[in-house]
Write a protein that binds this ligand. Structure first.
Ligand code: GRG
Length: 309
């Protein structure tokens, strides 16, 4: 355990590496099971959906969802379909973000992007299919037996808000429109609170709501999620400057090439790193009233700063 976590409500026996690997395996297995067809399904749309969704990825959004549920005493498995729905929405956003009309990227998660393999038409439809499938999974009551329907309704609305024009889609639009423009720090925060932050924040809220969090616990977890969402984006901007393409599974330097405003471009690498570290400490403070069932969330906050992929 890193020294700075000692004495912060963290179980000294906790291993984040083991936790992430275990939860990722849970998500990978469930996604494979939820998707139709298996590997031999000849339907091109099923192949395209499976290609992107089962290509790896850190699964950080579903893991946050499960960790938030656990922080208030719930079970990770009890919220697994909702956690996987969040990953489907995230994967749809990556497929569409890589399209020629947006970032025009060739590699993602260590493989050719969807449109490079299946063509633009099928890549667009694979993204659409993942977005709609996410809401089917979320609202299929057999997946989460015994879950109060009002909780399912609440999380469906919250996810729609976070993924749509009020959140991720809106942030993407602001980001595209800001390309080549002079943008200040406040605007950059506003873009990323929506583009990247909204889905990460709602991931913690979904786990908490489904596990029956009270008002105060939900507020703490929301605050945590919003802050690590911002730190995640700053770390992503830094990785685009100095990350290893092999570890990242995609090219680097694309932000600068497209004239994108980023945290390192505005404040430099060192100040960006310091800012992200401050935000992560704030995020951990939001969990002050939680016991050691929030240990994974505290450790994930640090991991977001230190990740190399
Ligand atoms: C196209 C509607 C629409 C939205 C796109 C999220 C997004 C909005 C674009 C992705 C561009 C990008 C690189 C954003 C930075 C933060 C981010 C979301 C990185 C990728 O997420 P990870 O690191 O990826 O969780 P893995 O592959 O591990 O899932």
């Amino acid at each position: 355990m890193p020294d700075r976590l000692r004495g912060k409500n963290v179980n000294p026996d906790f291993s984040l590496v083991a936790y992430l690997s275990d939860r990722k395996a849970l998500v990978d297995g469930a996604l494979d099971e939820y998707l139709p067809g298996g590997q031999n399904d000849p339907s091109v749309i099923v192949q395209a959906v499976r290609y992107s969704l089962l290509a790896g990825g850190k699964r950080i959004r579903p893991i946050l969802c499960m960790a938030a549920a656990e922080a208030i005493g719930g079970e990770a498995e009890a919220v697994l379909p909702a956690a996987c729905a969040l990953e489907m929405i995230h994967t749809y956003s990556l497929i569409h973000d890589d399209l020629p009309a947006m970032d025009n990227d060739n590699y993602r998660r260590g493989r050719l992007t969807s449109h490079k393999v299946f063509g633009e038409d099928i890549a667009i439809l694979a993204g659409d299919a993942l977005l709609t499938e996410a809401f089917r999974l979320l609202t299929n009551r057999e997946g989460m037996p015994g879950m109060p329907p009002d909780r399912l309704l609440d999380v469906a609305r919250e996810i729609a808000e976070a993924a749509g024009y009020r959140g991720m889609v809106g942030g993407q639009v602001l980001d595209i429109r800001a390309e080549g423009e002079e943008v200040g720090l406040e605007t950059l925060y506003a873009i990323h609170r929506r583009k990247t932050g909204a889905l990460l924040r709602v991931s913690t809220r979904v786990g908490a709501i489904l596990a029956g969090a009270g008002k105060e616990a939900l507020a703490g977890l929301s605050d945590y999620g919003g802050k690590i969402g911002l730190a995640f984006q700053i770390a992503d901007d830094i990785l685009d400057v100095e990350g290893d393409p092999l570890l990242l599974g995609k090219g680097t330097g694309s932000d600068a090439a497209r004239g994108k405003v980023t945290f390192p471009a505005l404040m430099g690498i060192d100040a960006s790193r310091a800012r992200a570290a401050d935000i992560v400490m704030d995020a951990i403070s939001s969990l002050a009233s939680f016991d050691d069932r929030a240990t994974p969330l505290r450790a994930i906050a640090h991991y977001i700063l230190e990740r190399r992929s």
